[in-house]
Design a protein around this ligand. Structure first.
Ligand code: HEM
Length: 414
């Protein structure tokens, strides 16, 4: 049996935090291999990238998710007991519950709510001073997704809830106060939503039929048991938090429109151009660096041993930038998606494979919101982009232009 190329350092966690999105890719290039082994957070970990690796990673006979997610990520980003850490029949049931909320009508409804928020804010931006797009998007998406999910949200709560949802997203890989703030935000968020679930179950809060709140509050597992209130809250947060996170991709879309004015024109003139543009934004710009799983039962792949229980990371960013999959991977070229549907194992910003597996439940929502944002940015307003720090630092996890994308002199055009 061959030996997997191995990083000869006691632990690479600091290197990962220092190098960020390029950590796995740099080593794959160094070893001339799309698989290598290292130690992260003191655990032996196999890292891999590319399409064959992505197909392997989403084989549920070989990998499981129980115990795969680092604890610090569970305490902030994902929560404990949610769909991300389930396997087999338990995952199938929970995922089916979430996917039942993703009908084309429901996805469009959230898009319309986001458009309504956009229209309301444009009226405020006109004639106002500089607008920080990322900050505005956070509030707009929080309001839209709460309305969509049936979760009551008073105006006075919007700032606090948005800040908490942002904190959960930004604190998994952070150390020190930022991380602890994320943990607190998660605890507050779970408490808030668990109380709302209690009220729905007690019949004191009406939840619209078919809404996420109603579906999750009333869900029973295959053995007929309701979800514990905290788990119901975790699953509601699994919808609210990542919808707000789409604001990051929208900021990247605004950056891409700014850096590629020819595409701004193309998207404005041709409604069909928004989709390839959005796919390229999701491919090109960094969001989640990797997905993690554990080997379920031992097997051999390309002559390499994968022992039971070994943690495995799939490099999402590195797969989206793999030269064997993407000609000129470091160039932003939406044309690459103009006449083909994205390959489920090659374009993996939101995981790969089928949506019945662990692939992101909210991919269609993400695409819908991004398309609407791109249309709004090109067709409903004009604006200036003053000098600011728009650098995308690939060492920061998760990253974003430091300015949050500031626009000035916003004028309504439609
Ligand atoms: C900013 C856009 C988003 C990105 C970059 C993103 C990325 C991801 C990634 C990388 C995964 C893990 C895949 C894996 O473990 O193999 C995931 C899972 C998930 N995402 Fe998203 N996501 C986004 C938006 C959304 C939205 C809008 C929702 C819901 C409204 C959502 C809900 C979920 C859920 C529930 C899971 C867990 C699925 C499972 O374990 O079966 N995500 N997402």
């Amino acid at each position: 049996m061959a030996t997997i190329p191995t990083d000869r350092v006691p632990d690479s966690t600091l290197a990962l935090l220092r190098e960020g999105y390029r950590y796995i890719g740099t080593r794959c290039d160094r070893y001339g291999s799309d698989v290598f082994q290292t130690r992260l957070l003191l655990r032996r970990t196999i890292c891999m990238r590319g399409r064959p690796a992505s197909m392997l990673f989403y084989d549920t006979e070989r990998f499981e998710r129980t115990g795969a997610m680092p604890v610090r990520v569970q305490w902030t980003l994902t929560g404990r007991g949610g769909v991300q850490g389930l396997d087999g029949a338990a995952h199938e049931d929970r995922k089916a519950m979430l996917m039942s909320l993703m009908t084309p009508t429901a996805v469009r409804h959230l898009g319309q709510l986001f458009d309504d928020e956009w229209r309301a804010r444009v009226a405020v931006w006109e004639g106002a001073g500089p607008v920080v797009l990322y900050r505005e998007l956070g509030r707009m998406l929080t309001r839209a997704v709460c309305a969509w999910a049936g979760v009551p949200l008073a105006d006075a709560q919007v700032t606090r809830r948005t800040a908490d949802l942002h904190a959960m997203i930004g604190s998994g890989a952070a150390i020190g106060p930022v991380h602890w703030w994320g943990r607190l935000a998660r605890r507050r968020g779970e408490r808030w939503l668990a109380e709302i679930v209690d009220r729905v179950r007690a019949g004191t809060l009406p939840a619209p039929a078919g809404s996420a709140l109603r579906v999750i509050a009333e869900h029973s597992d295959p053995r007929g048991r309701a979800l514990p209130r905290r788990i119901a809250a975790v699953e509601l947060l699994n919808l609210l938090r990542p919808t707000v996170a789409v604001g990051r991709f929208i900021v990247f879309a605004a950056l891409a429109l700014h850096d590629h004015p020819a595409w701004r024109e193309r998207v404005r003139e041709d409604a069909d151009a928004a989709e390839p543009f959005v796919h390229e934004v999701r491919r090109y710009y960094p969001f989640f660096p990797a997905a993690s799983a554990r080997v379920r039962r031992p097997f051999e792949w390309h002559g390499y041993p994968f022992p039971r229980g070994r943690r495995v990371l799939l490099d999402l960013y590195g797969t989206n930038h793999h030269p064997a999959l993407w000609p000129e991977p470091e160039r932003f070229r939406p044309e690459r998606f103009a006449d083909r549907r994205p390959d489920a194992y090659a374009l993996v910003p939101q995981g790969g494979g089928e949506h019945t597996g662990h692939r992101c439940a909210g991919e269609w929502i993400t695409i819908e919101l991004m398309k609407r944002a791109v249309t709004n940015l090109t067709s409903t307003i004009r604006y200036d982009v003053p000098p600011q720090d728009l650098a995308v630092d690939l060492r920061r996890l998760p990253t974003l232009p430091p300015s949050g994308f500031v626009v000035t002199n916003v004028r309504r055009t439609a």
